[in-house]
Design a protein. Sequence first.
Length: 56
Amino acid sequence: MAYKISDECISCGACADGCPVGAISEGDGKYVIDAETCIDCGACASTCPVGAPEAE
Ligand code: SF4
Ligand code: SF4
């Protein structure tokens, strides 16, 4: 299980700063989560202003 960032992402970067394991990086047009690194903590979903990170 891991979180995934939807196309709603506005590339603000807030989630990347708050991820405890550094799983989030800037991708092509939106931020992306490395599923191998994500520990499913949900912090990014709480931080995101547009609700882009979703649990898979
Ligand atoms: Fe990082 Fe937690 Fe979001 Fe996974 S759920 S990307 S570990 S903040
Ligand atoms: Fe995208 Fe939300 Fe992360 Fe901002 S906090 S970069 S809008 S997923």
